[in-house]
Design a protein around this ligand. Structure first.
Ligand SMILES: [Zn+2]
Length: 234
């Protein structure tokens, strides 16, 4: 998830990146919290225990997603700002080399020497900084990712995923809590697996199989841990 902001400089791919980040956050929420619920249910039948653990998992997970995304996007933005600053300085101190560099980029893309130099000269006359940022750094200087937005969005996506198993455990009758929750979790994983494959242009069947396998392994291991600890009677 951390390198997707580098690519997010075009409209469509940026929207798909957001969709992919949202889907991953929601999957994270649904798998973490349903695993916690299954784990506690392995040790205890108490709805109060199960709910307490689930809510704690939701809050902790959402905050940790927010903090992680905030830090990662901040670092990203600092790096991009530093690159922009360096480019600005180079344009001031060594305009000749920078013109040559720009011409070289267009030459390497297939233009003849004369055309590349002409393109570079015209772009430099128009807006040298914008031309270099676009051709060299491939950053959209007006659309640097916002750490706060990214953090809130990740926490929100996690929350949306996490609230599903929690709501089911709260509402479903005692005997059916876990089976109904598992059915809902698998349904959510199938839908989100499909969406993430769509966003990434990947094979949908493989993506769904992978996310179902991952979610199942997480829940089985947590359930086993809960059973084991419940059996110890701590
Ligand atoms: Zn340059």
């Amino acid at each position: 998830m951390d390198n997707l902001h580098f690519e997010s400089n075009v409209g469509v791919s940026s929207k798909l990146n957001w969709l992919r980040a949202a889907v991953l956050g929601a999957q994270d929420g649904v798998v973490s919290v349903s695993s916690i619920i299954v784990g506690v249910a392995g040790a205890s039948d108490s709805r109060a225990f199960i709910l307490t653990a689930g809510v704690a998992g939701l809050v902790a997970g959402a905050l940790s997603m927010a903090a992680g995304e905030y830090v990662s996007v901040s670092t990203q933005r600092d790096t991009e700002r530093a690159l922009l600053e360096k480019e600005r300085r180079e344009l001031e101190t060594q305009p000749e080399e920078e013109l040559e560099e720009l011409a070289h980029i267009y030459e390497s893309k297939g233009l003849s020497r004369e055309t590349a130099l002409k393109v570079a000269e015209e772009l430099t006359a128009h807006d040298a900084f914008a031309a270099h940022v676009e051709a060299e750094l491939k950053i959209d200087q007006h659309e640097l990712a916002n750490p706060l937005h990214a953090g809130v969005a990740s926490a929100g996506a996690f929350f949306v995923g996490a609230i599903i198993p929690l709501a089911i455990v709260m509402l479903a009758p005692a005997g059916y809590r876990i089976p109904v929750m598992l059915a809902a979790v698998f349904f959510v994983l199938i839908v989100t697996g499909f969406l993430s494959a769509y966003a990434g242009g990947a094979n949908k069947f493989k993506a769904i199989a992978r996310v179902l396998a991952g979610g199942t392994v997480a829940m089985v291991i947590t359930f086993a841990a809960g059973k084991f600890l419940g059996g110890l009677g701590i």
